[in-house]
Design a protein around this ligand. Structure first.
Ligand code: NCD
Ligand code: ZN
Ligand code: ZN
Length: 435
C-alpha cells in the first residue's frame, strides 16, 4: 500500500505495557475490538493487557480462552499478563507455557477486587517466577494502610474526590515499592513498578536500581499533566488508583523520566462508563479512565513545548518497553518498529480532546477539552495499515498477534532461594518417591 507521508514524521509504534481491555467480563466498558481500535488511533501498535478480567487470568485454561478472544478481535499486537496471587503460584509454569508476557501482582485492592498476596506468598511467587525469567509488574500500594484510612474517612462521612486522595497517602506506595524491591533483591526476580504517581516513590526505586535490582518503572500522562488542582473540575471522573497527586509531584516525575529512574510511559487505560464515573459518593465511583488513545498526542504536546525531545519520547514509548520485556522482532536485535510497527504522526496538528469522539467505549475522561498538538494519522502493524487517515481498517480486525512468541527473557539469576522452602519441597518429593 502506498501513502503520501509528506509532512509527517515516522515513529516506532508505541508499546503500552499497561491497559485494561475488560474482555472477557465487562463488554459494556471495553472489549478487544474497541480497545485495540483506540490503540490504533493512538499510534499504539502493541498493548499488554491486565489480568483483572472475569475470570481473572490465573489458570492456563482461562489464559487460553483470553488468547482466543484477543486473537479474533485485536487490531494491534498484544501481550497478556498472568495473575500472580496467593492461589496462582502453582500455575506459574503452565501460564508461562500458555504464553504470558509477564505477571501482574496486586499488592493493593483496586478495580476487580483481586485479593493481595501476603508478603510470604509474594516471596514464594518471586522465587518461582525468577526461574522463568518473566517480569513481575506490581500494583505497588499497601492494602492495609489504604483500608484503615478509607474506613476512617468513610466513617467521617467524606464522599468527595479529595477523600480518595487522602485515603492513599504516598507512604502507601513508598512502603509497597520498598518491600517489593527487597523481595526482588532477595530472590533475583525481575520487577516493574506500575503507575508511579508520586515523587516519594522515586527514592526506593533509585536505591534499588543502585543496588543492582532488576527493577523498572512507568508513569502515565495523568501523573505528569494532571494534579489535585483538577479535582474540583472533574470530580469522580479523575478518580484513579493510585490517585492523581498534588502538583509538586509533577516536576520530579518529569526529571525521573529524563534521568532514567522511570523507564517508560504507559497509560493504565482503565475504561468505565459515564454512569460508573459520575456517582455522587466517591467510594462507589469506579477507578480509572481511558488513555491508550491519548498518550501519544499528550506526550507529543510535551515534545512541542520543549519538555522532552522526540528521541526521548521514542525511548520512553517504544524502545525501553521493547528492551525491558525482551521483544525481538528480529533475532538478536531490539529495534522498535523493525517489523514495521509504525505511527505516522503530524507533529504540527493542533486539536482539542473530545471524549465523545474516543474509540474507547468509555467516553468520559479528565482529558476532555484539553488542547493538544500532535496527531497519529496512520498506524501500521507488521506492515499493515490498521488505521489510515483517521479511519479504522475493518480488515485489520483479528490481525493482532500475541508478542510472547518473539519474547526472549532468559531465567534470572536466583539470589537467595528460600532454603527452608527447598528443603520442604525436596522432603516432599523424596517421601513421595519412596512411597
Ligand atoms: C484499574 C482498572 O480499572 O482496572 N483502575 C485504576 O484506577 N487504575 C486497576 C488498576 O490499575 O489499579
Ligand atoms: Zn493498578
Ligand atoms: Zn491498571
Amino acid at each position: 500500500e502506498v501513502v503520501d507521508a509528506t509532512g509527517l514524521h515516522i515513529l516506532p509504534g508505541a508499546i503500552d505495557v499497561h491497559v485494561h481491555f475488560r474482555d472477557p467480563g465487562y463488554p459494556h466498558k471495553e472489549d478487544w475490538a474497541s480497545g485495540t481500535a483506540a490503540a490504533a488511533f493512538g499510534g499504539v501498535t502493541t498493548v499488554f493487557d491486565m489480568p483483572n478480567t472475569i475470570p481473572p487470568t490465573g489458570t492456563a485454561d482461562i489464559l487460553a480462552a483470553k488468547h482466543a478472544i484477543a486473537s479474533s478481535k485485536a487490531h494491534v499486537d498484544y501481550g497478556l499478563y498472568g495473575l500472580l496471587g496467593e492461589d496462582t503460584i502453582d500455575a506459574v509454569p503452565a501460564l508461562v507455557e500458555g504464553g504470558v508476557i509477564g505477571f501482574k501482582c496486586y499488592m493493593g485492592n483496586t478495580f476487580g477486587k483481586i485479593p493481595s498476596p501476603s508478603t510470604g506468598a509474594m516471596l514464594e511467587a518471586f522465587e518461582v517466577v525468577a526461574k522463568t525469567g518473566k517480569r513481575v509488574s506490581l500494583h505497588a500500594e499497601t492494602n492495609s494502610i489504604m483500608e484503615r484510612r478509607e474506613t476512617r474517612l468513610r466513617a467521617a462521612g467524606r464522599t468527595d474526590p479529595l477523600a480518595h486522595l487522602a485515603s492513599r497517602p504516598a507512604v502507601v506506595a513508598i512502603e509497597a515499592v520498598s518491600r517489593a524491591a527487597i523481595l526482588a533483591e532477595w530472590t533475583g526476580a525481575r520487577i516493574h513498578i506500575l503507575h508511579i504517581s508520586s515523587a516519594d516513590e522515586l527514592r526506593p526505586l533509585r536505591e534499588a536500581k543502585a543496588r543492582g535490582v532488576d527493577i523498572t518503572g512507568e508513569t502515565g500522562p495523568h501523573y505528569l499533566m494532571l494534579s489535585a488542582d483538577d479535582y474540583a473540575k472533574f470530580g469522580g471522573i479523575i478518580r484513579v488508583n493510585p490517585p492523581v497527586r498534588e502538583k509538586h509531584n509533577q516536576e520530579p516525575l518529569w526529571a525521573a523520566l529524563a534521568d532514567g529512574t522511570i523507564d517508560m510511559v504507559a497509560t493504565d487505560h482503565a475504561p468505565h462508563t459515564p454512569e460508573e464515573k459520575t456517582r455522587n459518593d466517591i467510594w462507589t465511583v469506579d477507578c480509572g479512565f481511558p488513555g491508550v488513545e491519548l498518550q501519544m498526542p499528550l506526550m507529543l504536546t510535551a515534545v512541542s513545548e520543549g519538555r522532552l525531545s522526540i528521541s526521548d519520547y521514542v525511548r520512553l514509548s517504544a524502545a525501553n518497553p521493547a528492551k525491558v520485556w525482551g521483544l525481538y522482532p528480529r533475532k538478536g536485535t531490539i529495534q522498535p518498529g523493525a517489523d514495521a510497527d509504525l505511527a505516522l504522526v503530524d507533529l504540527g496538528k493542533s486539536w482539542t480532546v473530545d471524549d465523545a469522539k474516543l474509540q474507547s467505549r468509555s467516553k468520559i475522561s479528565p482529558w476532555h477539552g484539553r488542547p493538544v498538538k500532535g496527531l497519529p494519522v496512520h498506524t501500521i502493524v507488521r506492515g499493515k495499515f490498521v488505521m489510515r487517515d483517521r479511519v479504522l481498517n475493518a480488515d485489520a480486525r483479528g490481525w493482532g498477534r500475541s508478542v510472547h512468541a518473539i519474547q526472549e527473557m532468559p531465567p534470572a539469576v536466583v539470589c537467595n532461594a528460600d532454603q527452608t522452602m527447598q528443603a520442604v519441597t525436596q522432603a516432599g518429593v523424596s517421601k513421595g518417591q519412596a512411597a
